[in-house]
Design a protein around this ligand. Structure first.
Ligand SMILES: [Zn+2]
Ligand SMILES: [Zn+2]
Length: 162
């Protein structure tokens, strides 16, 4: 059910950078080295990193980058449609350069986030839900559970979500 971690193709990263260039230009945003490095890092990984994880990966290569910058840039990417923010059981936002609709499985112990192919879940029909006028733009599922590593390490199923 869960997709294997596929190696990221360089074409995906370069297409993403190209798209960022277009969208920045269109929105009057400058193409900073920081934006480029952050998008390059995000789109070359499949682990749905937090802002902190991206910061840790690029801080040595990008002069003057701060945690706050990384977080702000990621929020900009979400607004520009270059990344999506994923709901998950922990407080920290996780980001995904894959903006196509798909679902996620989140491990409550190690907080790993895996992709779930959207084709295996039926479309969710919210037309009968009483949402008090709430307009739904998109809907995705987050499966909460334990990853195979954590299960193998004997983490108990009763692990509590904070
Ligand atoms: Zn785990
Ligand atoms: Zn994903």
């Amino acid at each position: 059910m869960i997709l294997q971690t596929m190696p990221i193709k360089d074409e995906f990263v370069s297409a993403k950078i190209k798209l960022m260039e277009e969208r920045c230009r269109k929105n009057g945003l400058s193409l900073t080295i920081q934006r480029r490095a952050i998008l390059e890092n995000l789109s070359s990984r499949k682990d749905h990193p937090t802002a902190d994880q991206i910061y840790a990966a690029i801080q040595d290569r990008v002069a003057g980058v701060s945690r706050t910058t990384v977080y702000r840039v990621l929020e900009t990417f979400v607004q520009l449609g270059l990344a999506q923010k994923i709901s998950n059981p922990e407080a920290k936002a996780r980001f995904d350069a894959d903006t196509t609709r798909h679902h996620h499985a989140a491990c409550v112990s190690c907080e790993k986030v895996l992709d779930i192919d959207p084709s295996i879940l039926p479309d969710i029909d919210l037309s009968k839900a009483d949402l008090k006028g709430f307009q739904v733009f998109d809907c995705s599922v987050v499966a909460i559970g334990l990853c195979s590593d954590c299960s193998a390490n004997g983490v108990s199923r009763s692990y509590q979500i904070n």
